[in-house]
Design a protein around this ligand. Structure first.
Ligand SMILES: Cc1cc2nc3c(=O)[nH]c(=O)nc-3n(C[C@H](O)[C@H](O)[C@H](O)COP(=O)(O)OP(=O)(O)OC[C@H]3O[C@@H](n4cnc5c(N)ncnc54)[C@H](O)[C@@H]3O)c2cc1C
Length: 489
């Protein structure tokens, strides 16, 4: 039995590996000149490492970590302490430091440490935000699902005064490349619940070197050692149907490839271009046109001196970069000498059309205002990465549009970070979860056997089971006190 995997990003390489393990003969075609898709890296003309973008890993990436363990590269993720920094004008730092306490006390303590030095919002407003987040922690899964009908901004305005959630904006922008007034409330609350589930859940991991260096070659070796074929510069230009299935796939407009089974690990934008007109008679495929790009850019800047000692993710409000890290602190064995800032520029809707030097000029002025040491520093070089950018825009309603991995065609399956999963709205964990689930249903449909790959992430519960009853008891007491008072007066 032969499988043709289309796309050699994280979901494509993981799918190829999963299908080889199921006994399939695997051929993988990738349009680009490198494998790894959006989670890739390469060396520039000076030999410096360029990441397609800053990528961070979270402890809830249970399936990605399981996959890395299987590939023998689990130790290539460097886990950092449970701290997230905010840089404010004039070099004023604020820190969100999760305390070694049971949930949710660890998050409450973190919030109080942040309030000490975060200046962009008056403290009383932030208290509303904290209370709203406390409530969100008690939401049922059903209630969370319903919140895909409204934006995070709408949810926030229902429960708090304007701008109360400003400290969360850089995280929202860096994760979804979408402003809070546009992103689904469900998507963001799901993520906040995961990273604040317990103290360890808030750690962030970084690739120990170039992102592509740590995983791409190992996966390719596994594929080739097990008899699979993976080819570059082979763009799928059309998917050809016959009856209720796929007959063949055309590559580079001329080569016809056939297989028993076809798996698309393309982005929704590439897949809908390759599908023939008749495919859109199915609502399943029509929904692919509901996906819109949330654009991003990536910027790396090398300085001749150190600007900060922070070795974890840094957030900033009101800059074109919202989430960034100084990789000379995170990976001192890779970036020695001065600071090397790797920054995600998102949402990039209003800047992606600008020339590189204009983008850099805006960014460097903002860096100098946040890091006084940068005013004296010389920029050795910078690089704006425009290729392989963006995610789909996770605005309300999209959770329902995400296609399930089994398509209505007999022999076509889909994987990729945008396809349906409960783990997140996108990202590397979604890429691996969907690649695993795709193999699970192929095993069931085509080989008639149960095959379990995905695992569920389970944080420690801490005091969380007592929070909802505490809220209810508090509400009841307040009601009693109020009615007593009214009766007296
Ligand atoms: C700026 C940025 C920052 C990010 N940060 C994080 C982060 O911190 N944490 C996190 O978890 N995730 C992050 N992500 C998301 C993460 O990179 C993706 O979720 C993940 O890499 C998606 O993998 P994928 O295989 O689903 O898609 P892709 O990596 O997009 O793979 C699709 C592949 O298909 C190929 N292809 C396209 N068209 C064709 C065609 N016609 N024929 C053949 N091949 C084709 C592409 O070249 C590509 O290799 C970030 C993404 C970006 C852009």
């Amino acid at each position: 039995m032969k499988a043709l995997v289309m796309g050699g990003g994280m979901s494509g390489l993981a799918t190829a590996i999963n299908l080889l393990d199921l006994g399939y003969e695997v051929e993988l075609v990738e349009a680009d000149a490198i494998f790894g898709g959006r989670a890739s890296s390469w060396r520039d003309e000076d030999g410096d490492m360029i990441d397609n973008a800053l990528h961070v890993f979270f402890p809830y990436y249970a399936n990605l970590m399981q996959f890395f363990r299987k590939m023998g590269i689990e130790d290539q993720i460097l886990w950092k302490q449970t701290e997230l920094y905010y840089m404010q004008e004039g070099g004023r730092e604020a820190v969100l430091r999760f305390a070694p306490l049971p949930a949710p006390l660890h998050a409450a303590a973190a919030f109080l440490t942040l309030l000490k030095s975060y200046r962009n919002v008056p403290r009383w407003r932030s208290l509303f935000a904290a209370a709203a987040m406390g409530r969100a922690a008690t939401y049922s899964e059903r209630k969370l699902e319903k919140l895909d009908e409204i934006t995070f901004g709408q949810w926030a305005y229902r429960l708090s005064p304007a701008h109360a959630f400003l400290p969360l904006e850089p995280g929202i922008n860096g994760l979804t490349f979408t402003p809070s007034w546009m992103v689904s409330a469900k998507v963001m609350l799901n993520w906040f619940r995961k990273i604040s589930a317990d103290r360890d859940s808030a750690r962030v991991g970084f690739a120990n070197g170039g992102l592509g260096d740590i995983w791409v070659d190992t996966c390719l070796d596994y594929i080739r050692d097990n008899g699979g074929v993976a080819e570059l510069r082979k763009a799928v230009t059309s998917i050809n149907l016959k009856g209720t299935g796929v007959k063949s796939v055309t590559v580079n407009g001329e080569e016809e490839r056939t297989a028993d089974l076809y798996v698309s690990c393309l982005t929704p934008f590439a897949l809908r271009k390759a599908l023939p007109d008749e495919a859109f008679r199915f609502k399943y495929f029509r929904d692919l046109w509901c996906f819109h790009r949330a654009p991003s850019l990536s910027l790396q800047v090398w300085f001749d001196r150190k600007l900060t000692g922070i070795d974890v993710t840094i957030f900033s409000n009101n800059c074109i970069f919202n989430t960034f890290a100084d990789l000379s602190n995170v990976l001192p064995h890779v970036f020695s000498g001065g600071s090397m800032f790797e920054m995600v520029l998102a949402p990039a809707d209003d800047i992606e059309g600008l020339p590189d030097d204009v983008i850099f000029d805006i960014a460097i002025a903002q860096i100098r205002s946040l890091f006084p040491a940068a005013r004296e520093a010389e920029v050795r070089k910078y690089k704006v990465v425009r290729e392989r950018q963006g995610v789909y825009r996770a605005w309300p309603g999209m959770e329902q549009r995400r296609p399930y991995q089994r398509s209505p065609l007999d022999n076509l399956y889909l994987a990729g970070d945008y396809t349906r999963t409960h783990v997140s709205s996108g990202g590397m964990e979604a890429a691996i979860w969907t690649a695993n689930h795709c193999a699970e249903i192929i095993a069931l449909d085509k080989l008639g056997k149960a095959h379990t790959l995905n695992v569920e992430w389970k944080p420690r519960k801490g005091l969380m089971p007592f929070i909802k009853p505490a809220f209810q008891a508090g509400g009841a007491l307040a009601f009693l006190a109020l009615s007593r008072r009214l009766r007296k007066s």
